[in-house]
Ligand binder design. Sequence first.
Ligand SMILES: Cc1cc2nc3c(=O)[nH]c(=O)nc-3n(C[C@H](O)[C@H](O)[C@H](O)COP(=O)(O)OP(=O)(O)OC[C@H]3O[C@@H](n4cnc5c(N)ncnc54)[C@H](O)[C@@H]3O)c2cc1C
Length: 284
Amino acid sequence: MEFLRATSVDEALAAAGDGAAFVAGGTNLVPDVLFGRKKIARAVDISRLDELRFIEEADGKIRIGALATVTDLLDSGLIRDAASPLYESALEFAGPLVRNRASVAGNLMDASPAADLAPPLLAQDAVVELASAEGERTLPLSEFFLDYRKTAARPEELMTAVVIDPLGTADRCAYYKLQLRRAMAIAVVGVAVILRMEESVCAEAAIGMGAVAAVPYRARAAEAHLRGKEIGEAEIEAAAAAAADGARPIDDVRASAAYRRKMCGVLVRRLLKKALGMPQIAAV
Ligand SMILES: Cc1cc2nc3c(=O)[nH]c(=O)nc-3n(C[C@H](O)[C@H](O)[C@H](O)COP(=O)(O)OP(=O)(O)OC[C@H]3O[C@@H](n4cnc5c(N)ncnc54)[C@H](O)[C@@H]3O)c2cc1C
């Protein structure tokens, strides 16, 4: 296997394609190659490309560079204040050693159904920026995950940044990663909820789901029960039922499909109530 340490984005793009793989933190790729799950002809190390490591506010958007690490998310006041579900997902991500290496783009490009950063980024309408020798393009994250570990990115494309709108004072949000222990655990279910309230009416609803289908996704049917409504118990129950219905989980060592499906409903109910400051137990 050939190894190339890119010193510029252009150099990385020139070396891409033909069985090459970009290496950012290497926390997925290195074990995949070592254990024979992935065969690559050339490793293109992008980890020293500092121009891809930033978190900034520009033109009213938050741009997160591809190489921003999970630790960088936790160190960012901007993420804590204006992307709190993403911040909370970073808190639950692996342990400090992995967080120091794991990049945002690596998490999305790896396209694990359980990628922790995906549900909050989906809920925040993230757009990814992709570059290749042919040029640049953007893609909504909701169109990025095509199938199990399959993305809409072409093999020669480098993810350069992820862009989100900052949350504002009208946004109510909540996040939860259901996991078998509090560190170094793969999600059993991950849910991020964002509600944009106009007085007592929910103007926009976004629910990102992880680990309960072949890809992370938006629970659109559940969102439809909330959008444009004054949200009470009935709307929350309808959204929770739709979230459970829409899940396509699998049985694995961590949980059964039936448990995962049930927890989709439970978590969506809890998180909607948490976001809205409602009591968790319905009044009788
Ligand atoms: C012990 C351990 C614990 C973990 N815990 C968690 C966890 O709690 N939650 C979680 O979600 N994940 C977890 N992971 C998985 C992994 O750490 C994350 O998915 C991480 O974000 C991957 O980022 P990376 O920079 O290491 O990616 P890499 O391993 O460098 O790359 C991953 C894939 O993305 C591609 N790639 C990377 N950057 C780019 C780019 N800019 N453009 C195009 N392609 C690119 C690579 O070619 C490769 O295919 C864990 C892994 C380990 C080993």
